[in-house]
Ligand binder design. Structure first.
Ligand SMILES: Cc1ncc(C[n+]2csc(CCOP(=O)(O)OP(=O)(O)O)c2C)c(N)n1
Ligand SMILES: [Mg+2]
Length: 280
């Protein structure tokens, strides 16, 4: 595997910075939406959509396209920025986020929103559906990958582990799960709500290949995703991406306070001053 060039890494970093600014502006303007989990998943979704997954408006109807499932559906704003960037719908439509009648609801809708592979929102469903997609691909002889992005709080759902066992049993080696491992969920720190133990050992014991990386490092994410695609030992793959909830805005980082809270005017001004300062 050839690593991404420095120039491409810098381009994607700039894109992620723009996504962060646009997310804060948008969520402040519409006074709704999940900031923390969107900022945390920014690089994961960007590297998937811009580099590692073979998916775009041009092949959306092709059965052998790769699929991306945002199982932590509340991260929808960041997913929508990536879909805009790939040309699935115009950027102006983002202003309709979470409005009545909009195609861009608070959680992704596969029947309304172009590019969305699975409707999500209720946590714990995405991996099961992804196992089904991976098995169907094999039956249909599609050499395609399914990438599924999960939250770490989402791992408290028992269905995730049922799906993990099934993926191993059915030898889904074209399935790549990515855990947005920010250590925080809606109600507080993940370890306080439900201690998850040794996450790496847990996935390995469920029969998965495991990678771990800095989930805000474009180059590392790319290398893990490409290695997972190349690995063919009959086991599904998981990438434990160490992230920071609210990444990029200091007072939103490492807290559940901005999980789903509307951004007020003074928070908006502080966040923008920080983000703009970073760019300069
Ligand atoms: C089945 C289910 N239970 C509860 C919720 C409410 N809820 C939405 S997000 C969330 C926390 C998710 O935490 P995590 O998976 O860590 O996401 P992130 O930190 O990336 O935002 C909860 C409990 C839900 N969407 N679905
Ligand atoms: Mg979390």
């Amino acid at each position: 595997m050839t690593p991404l060039s420095d120039a491409r890494v810098r381009e994607l970093e700039a894109l992620c910075h723009a996504f962060r600014v646009e997310t804060i502006e948008l969520l402040h303007r519409v006074q709704t939406g999940h900031a923390g989990g969107s900022l945390s998943a920014c690089e994961i979704l960007t590297v998937l959509y811009m580099e590692c997954a073979n998916i775009g408006p041009e092949n959306m109807d092709a059965p052998d396209r790769d699929r991306i499932v945002l199982s932590k559906g509340h991260g929808a704003p960041m997913l929508y920025w990536c879909l805009c960037e790939r040309g699935f719908f115009p950027k102006e439509e983002m202003n309709t986020l979470r409005q009545l009648g909009s195609r861009l609801q608070g959680h992704p809708c596969m029947t309304k929103t172009p590019g969305v592979e699975l409707s999500t929102g209720p946590l714990g469903l995405g991996l099961s559906a992804s196992v089904g997609m991976a098995c169907a691909n094999r039956l249909m002889k599609n050499d395609a990958y399914v990438f599924t992005v999960l939250g770490d709080g989402e791992l408290d759902e028992g269905t995730v582990w049922e799906a993990a066992m099934s993926a191993a049993k059915f030898a889904c080696d074209h399935l790549v799960a990515i855990v947005d491992w920010n250590k925080v969920q809606l109600d507080g720190f993940t370890n306080d709500v439900m201690p998850i133990g040794d996450l790496r050992a847990k996935w390995m014991s469920f029969g998965w290949n495991v990678w771990e990386c800095d989930g805000h490092n474009i180059g590392q994410l790319y290398e893990c995703m490409e290695s997972a695609k190349e690995k063919k030992n009959g086991r599904p793959c998981v990438i434990l991406a160490n992230t920071v909830k609210g990444k990029g805005v200091s007072f939103m980082e490492n807290t559940n306070k901005y999980h789903g809270k509307a951004i007020d005017d003074s928070e908006y001004a502080r966040a923008m001053a920080e983000l703009e300062g970073e760019k300069a």
